[in-house]
Design a protein. Structure first.
Length: 114
């Protein structure tokens, strides 16, 4: 059973950066079949939306709102997926979730102050 634990969220001023981490257990990067790995976010009163993902080990895909500012990456040795977030904006404020195949993490809060 895959379990995901996010970390790295916090409060940052607009223009700042954060790196989110999602540590996976119950699966081995580089050995197990990973069809989908990605990050989503949900702001108060809004639906959960896709931020960045990698499908079937292909290229990274990004939402238009974060293109050029966010980057998704994986570290097989650490069984971890990252989301580097630069040039943060107040509208990036949300709970960020990682997803691997069908499993979800518990989320980590990101708050960007203006």
């Amino acid at each position: 059973q895959v379990q995901l634990v996010e970390s790295g969220g916090g409060l940052v001023q607009a223009g700042g950066s954060l790196r989110l981490s999602c540590a996976a257990s119950g699966i081995i990067f580089g050995r197990s079949v990973i069809g989908f790995i990605g990050w989503y976010r949900q702001a108060p009163g809004k639906e959960r939306e896709s931020v960045a993902y990698i499908f079937n080990g292909g290229r990274s895909n990004y939402a238009a709102a974060v293109q050029g500012r966010f980057a998704i990456s994986t570290d097989n040795a650490k069984n971890t997926v990252y989301l580097q977030m630069n040039s943060l904006k107040p509208e990036d404020t949300a709970v960020y979730y990682c997803k691997l195949n069908g499993a979800w993490g518990q989320g980590t809060q990101v708050t960007v102050s203006s």
